[in-house]
Each structure stands twice: as structure tokens, then as C-alpha cells.
Design a protein around this ligand. Structure first.
Ligand SMILES: C[S@@+](CC[C@H](N)C(=O)[O-])C[C@H]1O[C@@H](n2cnc3c(N)ncnc32)[C@H](O)[C@@H]1O
Length: 300
């Protein structure tokens, strides 16, 4: 089917059920089926894989994932789409659907999700992989990816369609405008790449912005360096909250009530960060060292 035919088919299917896409749920459906294939292919799925999809939509990506993976858990917030996809996916024994918000709150996923993932992985065995493969709703893409990096198991691979700007922030390097807490957080744990930039025309309805398929590959050796990953993530966010401010004043305010200014200065000067330093100039390794030094100093 061409993009136009898929868009017509989708709009007719929704209209027949008396429905329209709901903007607040980020309902921009991928209508270029080659790109749906590219997303699934980029994940290099096998029957040993357990895939989490957030945003079932009408189930077009879900079907492909079900063909290639061992098990698929798919989550959809919209009741009408959930009903439509349930019919579409009926009879697919390796697909489990959850109706509801994938997020419990900004900082955590719906607990049912990881319970189901762990169950499915234990059925497959020790060599099971866990992946996120999804055309994510833009407004929740950051908390979904960020929170999944806190979960056990952490996804081995995440292939997701997100807003292009967000993809650029994920791969950004120090001293660039896109370098942010998200860059440091995801690159501290994963190899990150932009697989493809997508124009608005490949979606129906068309979003106002370009999108990107990103691939994040978890690197367990990077994770094992962290003594307290939650502390690290919170501090990264605090360091970049006022990214143009001097590092010293950012650290002093982040550590207010926890550490004296003189102690902060001691940590910064021991690491060679002068008065003019800013968080956005520090490499990921330097940020990791700084946060670990603060953690140790605070614990003393
Ligand atoms: C960009 S569409 C993707 C749909 C489909 N997978 C596709 O590729 O065309 C995002 C989907 O996520 C759903 N959604 C939005 N927010 C959600 C949330 N917080 N939890 C679960 N699903 C959500 C929307 O209703 C929508 O179906």
C-alpha cells in the first residue's frame, strides 16, 4: 500500500468507528509501511526476544513484532484504539495487550509492565533479550526511555520513533546547544544512534515536526561503574537545570543543606574545574567523576 492508500485506509477505519486521531495522545500513525519494517528490522529480532511496544495504535507495528519476536507486550492508553487493536491482533498468541497509561507518573512506569516483561523473559529462558520497539507518543518519549534505563532488566536495545530534536539531544556532544541532561544520561548507559530522520509526510495526520528513528544499545559495562545510579541521574538533571550558569553556583545550589560551599569548592578544585567552568563544557566522563566525588563527599 502507498502512503496515501494507508492514510486513507486508516482514516476510513477510524471514521467507520466514529473516531478521529486524538492529538493529546500523540496519535500520528506511521503510514509508510517500509518504515514500519525498518523499525522492526533495526531491532534485529529473534524468537528469543521479548518486545515492549508503547502505543499500540491500530496494531500495525505490533503484528510485525509478533511475527519476528518471541513475545510482545503492547500498551495503549486510548480505549477506542485498544478495542480496534484487540480485534486486529486476535489469535496472536504471543501478544499481550495492556490498556492504560504506560507511565504511573513522570518518574516511573506502570508496574504491570515490568512484571509482564520479567514473566515473559523467564518463559523464554536465560538467553532472552528485552527490547523496546515503538513509535512513541512524543509527549511521553523522554520519561519512557529515561525510566526504562532505571528498570531491571534494562532493555538490551531500544528502537523508537521520537521527535527529531529529542534524538539530536540524545546524541549531542559537549559544548553544543543540544548537550543536556538527557545526552549525559542515555550516553552514560548506551550507544546511541539516529537510524533515520523522518519527514512529517510519512505520518497521518502529519505532525508539525520532523521525527527520527533512534537506536539505543545498552552497554552493561558502563552501568557497572555506577555505585548509585539514581543519585547520578538526579544530579545530572540538577547540573543541567541552569545550563548557562557557572558550574560552581549550580553545584552549590544543588547541594544546599547537604554540603558546605567550602566542601563543594574542594571537590571542584580537586577535579580541576575552575571558577569559569560550566556543566555544558564537561565531557560525560568528567560529569560522572564529579557526581561520584560529590556522592562520596556527601556520604562522609
Ligand atoms: C505515535 S502513535 C503510534 C501508533 C502505532 N504504533 C503506529 O506506529 O502507527 C502513539 C500511540 O501511543 C498511544 N499513547 C499515547 N500516550 C500513551 C501512554 N501514556 N501510554 C500508552 N499509550 C499511549 C496513543 O494513543 C497512540 O496510539
Amino acid at each position: 500500500m502507498s502512503e496515501r492508500q494507508t492514510a486513507t485506509y486508516l482514516s476510513q477505519r477510524l471514521a467507520a468507528a466514529g473516531l478521529r486521531p486524538v492529538p493529546r495522545f500523540g496519535q500520528n500513525f506511521l503510514i509508510d509501511l517500509n518504515l514500519v519494517d525498518l523499525i522492526a528490522r533495526s531491532a534485529e529480532l529473534t524468537k528469543k526476544d521479548v518486545v515492549l511496544e508503547i502505543g499500540t495504535g491500530v496494531g500495525s507495528l505490533t503484528s510485525r513484532l509478533s511475527d519476528q519476536a518471541g513475545a510482545v507486550l503492547t500498551v495503549e492508553i486510548d480505549n477506542n484504539l485498544f478495542q480496534m487493536a484487540s480485534e486486529e491482533l486476535e489469535g496472536r498468541m504471543n501478544v499481550k495487550m495492556i490498556h492504560g497509561d504506560a507511565l504511573r507518573n513522570k518518574n516511573s512506569l506502570r508496574p504491570e509492565i515490568m512484571e509482564n516483561i520479567r514473566d515473559a523473559m523467564s518463559r523464554i529462558g536465560d538467553d532472552a533479550r528485552f527490547l523496546l520497539v515503538a513509535n512513541l507518543p512524543y509527549n511521553v518519549a523522554t520519561p519512557i526511555i529515561s525510566n526504562l534505563l532505571h528498570e531491571t532488566p534494562t532493555p538490551d536495545v531500544m528502537v523508537a520513533t521520537i521527535q527529531k530534536e529529542l534524538g539530536e539531544r540524545m546524541i549531542a556532544q559537549p559544548r553544543t546547544k543540544d548537550y543536556s541532561s538527557l545526552s549525559v544520561w542515555v550516553q552514560s548507559l548506551c550507544d546511541v544512534e539516529i537510524v533515520r530522520v523522518l519527514p512529517p509526510t510519512v505520518f497521518w495526520p502529519r505532525p508539525k515536526v520532523h521525527s527520527a528513528i533512534v537506536k539505543l544499545t545498552h552497554v552493561p559495562e558502563r552501568r557497572s561503574k555506577f555505585v548509585d545510579i539514581k543519585y547520578f541521574h538526579e544530579m545530572v538533571r540538577a547540573l543541567f537545570f541552569h545550563r548557562r550558569k557557572y558550574l560552581r553556583s549550580v553545584v552549590v545550589s544543588a547541594m544546599k543543606g547537604r554540603m558546605e560551599k567550602a566542601e563543594v569548592d574542594e571537590v571542584l578544585s580537586a577535579l580541576g574545574h575552575g571558577e569559569q567552568a560550566r556543566a555544558e563544557e564537561l565531557s560525560i566522563g568528567e560529569i560522572q567523576d564529579l557526581i561520584e566525588a560529590l556522592r562520596i563527599a556527601e556520604a562522609k
